[in-house]
Design a protein around this ligand. Structure first.
Ligand code: ADP
Ligand code: MG
Length: 359
């Protein structure tokens, strides 16, 4: 998949600029298996890269301008590599300019052509994919190796400062440092991680609910604030340090208690899911996904009925050997499923829907 997309970017580059690109780079999207809304609570998450992503064909040029082409939109941008200015409104060029400003990689004159095959805004992190691909193009053009953690941090600063999204660092780390076929157990407190191979006989697939997120930013920021308030009331730096016992003993306002209960239990579920992955226990992994979904639906209240219905149908089709849950920030987006590889065809047929397979 990534090879074909790089070839496509190279072809689009040749078409636009009338010469071959010097090189191409790729960065995948990601799906989070479990550990939702815990990255900004210093928690544990378990994302993995998907097949689709963003490819960029690049060539150095004389002069100091960066000419960027978003081939999928038929749009172009041109700016001074030394002093990228914030665009008037947030769009694809915010991510490109942001990475040029934030990556700490000296950039001179450059032509880049961007193309991607991720659905945008459906929870697979096309924006992190674009940021990391841009960082990789800058590094390749400068003839340096980009440190994955440094790129991930630059991409997070780009989301915060250039796109106005107060996200955690999970997406950027999974995209920058993930490996195909491996889930990443990432500790969002110190960014330490281990790559856990997904067992041979398992299949990870993603279903798109078709519900695009609307008005999420306000809800997202409200959840963050509720978590911060809960941590403060419990006397801990973040909910990572809170326990169910302390929560039960404390007299938190109802909403904050529910949000904290989700975060505390979700962090424990993520650690348990990593163990189930290591030991190849698909049934256990599936029940953790089911519990995680219920917690996101009832305690964190970030699901929507269409997604709940899709999760239920998928869980029924999959049975006990695996499971399904909403993935991403919520309010629509995608559902992630894990099942036996030899069940995928049957489940797809029963659902009458093509599931997008992760690596
Ligand atoms: P997601 O959940 O997919 O990350 P976001 O809204 O955070 O959703 O990011 C989507 C935005 O990222 C798009 O609106 C666009 O600005 C940018 N983007 C993603 N992929 C591409 C691409 N292939 N070409 C140009 N811009 C892209
Ligand atoms: Mg995004």
């Amino acid at each position: 998949m990534s090879e074909a997309l790089r070839d496509k970017a190279a072809a689009l580059f040749a078409e636009r600029f009338g010469e071959a690109a010097e090189g191409t780079v790729f960065a995948p999207g990601r799906v989070n298996l479990i550990g939702e809304h815990v990255d900004y609570n210093d928690g544990l998450v378990l994302p993995m890269p998907v097949r689709e992503g963003t490819a960029i064909a690049w060539s150095r040029t004389e002069g100091g301008d960066i000419e960027a082409v978003a081939a999928d939109f038929g749009e172009e941008d041109r700016f001074d590599a030394a002093t990228p200015a914030r665009p008037e409104s947030v769009g694809w060029t915010s991510y490109v300019r942001g990475m040029v400003a934030e990556a700490g990689i000296p950039a001179g004159g450059l032509r880049i052509v961007i193309t991607g095959d991720l659905p945008r805004g459906s929870g697979l992190s096309s924006s992190a994919s674009l940021c990391i691909a841009t960082g990789r193009a800058l590094a390749a053009a400068a003839g340096t190796d980009a440190d994955p953690v440094a790129l991930a941090k630059a991409a997070q600063r780009t989301e915060h400062g250039w796109a106005g999204v107060a996200c955690g660092i999970m997406d950027q780390m999974a995209v920058a440092a993930g490996q195909p076929g491996h889930a990443m157990l990432l500790d969002c407190r110190d960014l330490s991680y281990t790559l856990v191979p997904v067992p041979e006989g398992w299949s990870v697939a993603v279903a798109d609910s078709g519900v695009t997120r609307g008005l999420v930013d306000g809800e997202y920021n409200a959840r963050r604030a509720q978590c911060e308030n809960a941590a403060r009331a419990l006397g801990v730096e973040s909910l990572r340090d809170a326990t169910m016992e302390a929560l039960d003993a404390a007299n938190l306002p109802h909403l904050e208690a529910m949000r904290a209960a989700h975060v505390i239990s979700e962090i424990a579920r993520t650690a348990a899911a990593a163990d189930a992955l290591r030991s190849g226990d698909l049934e256990r992994f599936g029940s953790l996904l089911a519990e995680g979904h219920i917690s996101l639906r009832d305690q964190f209240e970030v699901s929507v009925p269409a997604v709940d219905a899709l999760v239920e149908r998928l869980q029924e089709a999959i049975g006990v050997q695996g499971g399904a849950r909403m993935t991403g920030a919520g309010f629509g987006g995608s559902v992630v499923t894990v099942m036996a590889r030899d069940a995928l065809e049957r489940v797809t047929a029963e659902m009458g829907e093509t599931l997008r397979q992760a690596f």
